[in-house]
Design a protein around this ligand. Structure first.
Ligand code: SF4
Ligand code: SF4
Length: 346
């Protein structure tokens, strides 16, 4: 929509003013790593963080949430949980921005998820351009998520002593006008921004050995690959990979009843296709009983099934699952190995 310039001190003032009216969350230091957390003061923010343990998804799809409370008395009483406060998510990287776009599509089409959608409507996103890879596990350039031209309300690019602020939505424009002392970008600012953006691309490398557009067919052709058995032997079914993933959205729903057998609550919490019991159904039948089948299912979703269903890839190349997996099962390793096997066989 338009481009503005915000000095670093003015950005701190912007955040301080937001805190008066919004729940504000962003990247903060935590035990030698970084996490997305609510902040109380702008000084807690680390806008130049590499990556976070969990993605900002947890503010839109909480790890555990009460859907409603109930009472099995007086004909049954339902009570909605407290409303989520208006929230500003600061410092969202573009890979996570792409992941949120996928979640928006998933939860607002087909079975419309009122809990997610209400929370999303109250959330403003101030994302930030990545100027260097998080670490050796990132493969955002291969997945096409190294930048984004939509999905944010405001998008920052660090120009050193100031931020270039791209206004993405009317809500972002109003946020900037009300809470920030920004100035419109002039020709020199635009030239400086272009120089920063051009300089960033060579810092990232392509890590897939093929173009990402081939990924669905690489996976389809790899359905019967012996690789899945090999991964099944290594995998510990710990679910760390899916727990840290910004695009995984499977959940479980349980009723928790109090000891008085009258009051209770319905709770939703994250689940994982990598756990033994995930696909266990009535009669104890498990339709994905082996770790090999579960690994195959996970990677098929990341590179094909979710794309087929929702027109977005199910992997944004953030590398969190690769960092989390203690037996070194990684998307880049899996996708490239399938491709290598197919090249060797053709
Ligand atoms: S993190 Fe690694 S070991 Fe754990 S479930 Fe995922 S692939 Fe298996
Ligand atoms: S599959 Fe791994 S690399 Fe891809 S989005 Fe999920 S956590 Fe990130």
């Amino acid at each position: 929509m338009s481009l503005a310039i915000l000095s670093k001190p003015a950005f701190r003032d912007f955040v301080a003013r937001l805190l008066a009216d919004y729940r504000v969350a962003g990247p903060v230091a935590h035990n030698g790593s970084f996490i997305f957390d609510e902040i109380r003061d702008p000084s807690e923010l680390h806008m130049d963080y590499p990556t976070t343990l969990l993605p900002p998804k947890k503010f839109l799809l909480p790890i555990r949430e009460v859907l409603f409370r109930f009472k099995r008395q007086d004909g049954g009483v339902l009570q909605a949980p407290p409303e989520t406060p208006p929230t500003v998510l600061l410092g969202v990287h573009t890979c996570d921005l792409h992941a949120i776009q996928l979640l928006d599509t998933v939860f607002s089409s087909g079975h419309y998820d009122i809990h997610y959608v209400n929370r999303r409507k109250k959330t403003l996103i101030v994302s930030i351009e990545c100027l260097g890879p998080c670490d050796e596990h990132s493969f955002c350039k291969s997945m096409g998520t190294l930048t984004a031209d939509e999905g944010y309300d405001l998008h920052l690019t660090d120009l050193g002593d100031q931020y270039a602020v791209d206004v993405g939505t009317q809500a972002g424009k109003e946020l900037l006008e009300k809470y920030a002392s920004a100035k419109p970008a002039d020709k020199e600012d635009v030239q400086r921004l272009n120089a920063v953006i051009s300089a960033k691309w060579p810092r990232f490398s392509y890590r897939l050995d093929f173009d990402v557009s081939e990924l669905p067919s690489v996976l389809e052709l790899g359905m019967k690959s012996p690789l899945w058995e090999e991964l099944g032997q290594r995998c510990l079914a710990c679910a760390a990979c899916t727990n840290v993933c910004p695009t995984c959205f499977c959940f479980d729903v349980k009723d928790e009843v109090e000891l008085n057998l009258v009051d209770g609550q319905r709770v939703r919490q994250w689940d994982s296709c990598q756990l033994d019991e995930f696909a266990t159904v009535a009669g104890g039948h498990n339709f994905r009983a082996s770790r090999a089948l579960r690994q195959r299912h996970r990677f098929m979703r990341k590179g094909k099934y979710i794309l087929d269903a929702h027109k977005h890839l199910g992997c944004v190349g953030c590398g969190r699952c690769a960092r989390a997996c203690i037996v070194d099962i990684t998307p880049v390793g899996v996708f490239n190995e399938l491709y290598r096997q197919q090249q060797a066989g053709s």
